[in-house]
Design a protein around this ligand. Structure first.
Ligand SMILES: C[S@@+](CC[C@H](N)C(=O)[O-])C[C@H]1O[C@@H](n2cnc3c(N)ncnc32)[C@H](O)[C@@H]1O
Length: 284
């Protein structure tokens, strides 16, 4: 499947773009850690902070952040010393906010409005680090095509890093009144799960605009599909870690927050991985 040439996928991406344009306005109006990032020139977003040690010294590195949304983590990557930082996102509204936020943070970042599947042609050069994180793969219909784009952006000897929601976490349904149940696909399907969401994953400020374009389309990808796609695209996997913490709490009644680590299941968190991390490199 080539997702951006099928008639269905044009509609899927268009619906998702409109939904993310609306969410961008809600997130911007609701804080999203942005005032703190602007006020403190050394602040690193809480979503990036757990990975600062793994990412290591980025001084002088060329870094691309795929699906960068408002660019909060992109600013963080810039603050880790990267010399060229590029952020890519499908949502024009996200990119517009990201540009304003980068300017307010005095961060020199190139932002590109593009579908991640078109990132190779939309961006020049290759990168020492290709970075993407938290809430990204569920918007993509074809994990193999995505992995080929990722690999094409990594310089020989360069690295790829992803932290995202674990596909087992994504397979559990929204209704947990009867406990955790596997209710949604674990494996990638051609057809998406289509949702109508009036809310996003953060609490909206009272003055925030409403989400008008509620329809959005999502896919799950098994851990095996993700790993195999990256290996088939030519990357060597160095780390695959499964994590019992999440950046968000879809089931507040079942979850607690641990300072600095995110949300975990209150009862026996060892039952379910909530995130995974993959570190990979492209051989010289
Ligand atoms: C959950 S957000 C990522 C959030 C980010 N980790 C953060 O901390 O703000 C997902 C982002 O993926 C973008 N997106 C969705 N589908 C995309 C696609 N096909 N190509 C590029 N970006 C896409 C959305 O516009 C949105 O900004």
């Amino acid at each position: 499947m080539t997702p951006h040439t099928s008639p269905d996928s044009t509609t899927w991406f268009e619906d998702n773009r409109k939904n993310w344009d609306d969410r961008a306005a809600v997130h911007r109006a609701s804080g999203y850690g942005i005032p703190e990032l602007i006020e403190d020139s050394e602040a690193i977003p809480s979503t990036l902070a757990p990975d600062v040690d793994r990412l290591g010294d980025l001084r002088g590195a060329a870094v691309i952040h795929l699906q960068c949304h408002l660019g909060t983590d992109t600013v963080g990557l810039s603050r880790l010393g990267a010399s060229r930082v590029v952020g890519v996102d499908l949502s024009g509204a996200s990119i517009a906010h990201a540009r304003e936020i980068a300017e307010a943070c005095a961060a020199d970042i190139e932002y590109v409005e593009a579908n991640v599947y078109d990132a190779r042609s939309a961006v020049e050069g290759s990168f020492d680090l290709v970075y993407t994180s938290i809430g990204v793969l569920c918007w993509l219909p074809d994990i193999d095509a995505w992995a080929r784009v990722v690999a094409s952006l990594v310089s020989p000897g360069g690295r790829f890093f992803i932290r995202d929601d674990h596909p087992m976490f994504m397979a559990v349904g929204e209704d947990v009144s009867d406990g955790l149940r596997i209710d949604q696909p674990y494996f990638q399907l051609v057809s998406p799960l289509t949702w109508e969401d009036e809310d996003s994953y953060i609490e909206a400020a009272a003055e925030a605009p409403k989400i008008v374009h509620t329809r959005n389309h999502q896919w799950n990808h098994s851990l095996g599909e993700i790993v195999t796609a990256l290996v088939s695209a030519g990357l060597v996997i160095d780390v695959l870690e499964e994590v019992p913490y999440s950046a968000w709490a879809p089931w507040p009644e079942l979850m607690v927050e641990d300072e600095g680590r995110g949300y975990r299941l209150r009862d026996r968190p060892e039952r379910l991985p909530l995130q995974f991390v993959i570190e990979a490199h492209r051989p010289e």
